[in-house]
Ligand binder design. Structure first.
Ligand SMILES: [Zn+2]
Length: 109
């Protein structure tokens, strides 16, 4: 098994594990549902369907778009790691960090 860890400080991290059976990404870069804490909940949980005090519909859509963008980055880093690119190289990590910062800075809300 090969593992890779990209730490982005307070932004979070991307962890990759590649085995002979497949590969996985572990990341905490995506924003969580403010009601249930799941990163893939978009007005799905019981709590979020009853009120919008913690997150409005607009904020939820913004979070979903942000998380989708992060999904793309995670998949790209995973594909690069599988292809043998050194994803832990400082220059590669700096590039990914800049992309994540751009996503954070360009959020609508
Ligand atoms: Zn939820």
């Amino acid at each position: 098994m090969k593992t890779f860890e990209l730490d982005f400080g307070e932004q979070g991290h991307i962890g990759i594990a590649i085995t002979k059976h497949g590969a996985t990404v572990d990341s905490d870069l995506k924003d969580k549902c403010p009601y249930c804490g799941l990163r893939d909940c978009y007005f799905n949980c019981d709590q979020s369907t009853y009120d919008d005090e913690l997150e409005t519909q607009e904020e939820m859509i913004d979070r979903k778009m942000f998380n989708t963008a992060i999904d793309v980055v995670e998949s790209m880093v995973l594909a690069h790691a599988i292809a043998g690119i050194d994803v832990e190289a400082p220059s590669y990590k700096d590039g990914i960090e800049q992309v994540i910062k751009a996503f954070v800075n360009n959020r609508c809300i």
